[in-house]
Design a protein around this ligand. Structure first.
Ligand code: ATP
Length: 272
């Protein structure tokens, strides 16, 4: 079986900064991954590589069986859904919610847009409904709350029926209720066998939806740990990743982490 994603010894350098440092990572069909790491660990850069938007300085990246550098990325990108703050920033605030979702398919079906328009619209509505924001279809994107925007962005990322869905901090900026609703929506997505392979970047284990199968912990551009969630989301591995001694609990398919008493004073600095 071909890996959905296969990174071999991937290094990304920008000037004197090594952003990803000899990272090897494989994702197989049906897997749902969460990527955790401190600020600056390289998570967003990793998703840039995984979406074909950034090329490794050295090493090889195969996305959906195609080698990055040896394939037309414009053919590859519609097969990969991406939701990120950088992409959201590029959406004109005066665009309607329906168009925000619809336009994601244009690059893929643009040539046949006339004959597929109705079908595209029906799909966009269906996705907005799935994420509880169909009632906002006619609203301008710029008038939405942060939580509403996040849902629309995920609907947009799914519009081209991607084989790989990359979500960069989809819960950032949400209030507690909004976060819980999003986690529930992602758990539902994860449980659906028709869903694409999912990679979710987050800072918080509390945001790992039930049903996510694997975790990658990034530290300084390297894999601190990677594998099934139960083996990776441990107190030891998370403490090493975040540079603070942590207690980790699992219950009801969810995770929670807190610093051990007195751990905060100086421990983070010492772990650097
Ligand atoms: N073009 C660039 N030139 C130089 N350094 C860069 C460039 N892009 C990213 N970096 C650096 O690479 C490191 C990783 O950045 P990245 O955004 O991938 O981290 P992250 O894990 O997503 O961080 P955060 O959790 O804060 O969003 C950071 O130190 C960042 O400053």
């Amino acid at each position: 079986m071909t890996d959905v994603l296969d990174l071999q010894d991937v290094t990304v350098r920008r000037g004197a900064t090594t952003i990803l440092d000899g990272l090897s990572w494989q994702i197989r069909d049906g897997e749902r991954w969460v990527v955790l790491g401190r600020n600056g660990a390289g998570k967003t850069s990793l998703l840039q590589v995984c979406s074909g938007r950034m090329h490794p300085t050295s090493g090889t990246a195969h996305l959906l069986g195609e080698r990055l550098g040896g394939v037309d990325v414009f053919e590859l990108r519609p097969r990969i859904g991406l939701s990120s703050a950088a992409l959201a920033d590029r959406i004109p605030s005066g665009e309607t919610v329906l168009d925000v979702v619809l336009t994601a398919s244009y690059g893929y079906t643009g040539r046949w847009r006339e004959s597929y328009e109705e079908q595209d619209e029906a799909r966009a509505h269906e996705l907005l409904r799935a994420f509880g924001v169909e009632h906002l279809a006619a609203r301008y994107f710029g008038t939405l709350s942060e939580g509403e925007r996040k849902r629309v962005q995920i609907a947009r990322a799914l519009m081209s029926d991607p084989e790989l869905l990359l979500l960069d901090e989809p819960a950032a900026g949400l209030d507690l209720g909004g976060r819980e609703e999003l986690v529930a929506a992602l758990a539902e997505l994860a449980a659906d066998p028709r869903s694409p392979v999912i990679v979710l970047v987050t800072h918080h284990v509390e945001e790992v939806p039930p049903g996510f199968t694997h975790a990658l912990l990034l530290r300084d551009g390297r894999a601190q740990a990677a594998g099934p969630v139960a083996e990776v989301l441990t107190a030891d591995e998370l403490s090493a990743t975040f540079g603070v001694p942590l207690a980790v609990q699992r219950g009801g398919g969810r995770w929670a982490a807190r610093a051990l008493p007195a751990a905060l004073t100086g421990a983070r600095a010492a772990a650097r």
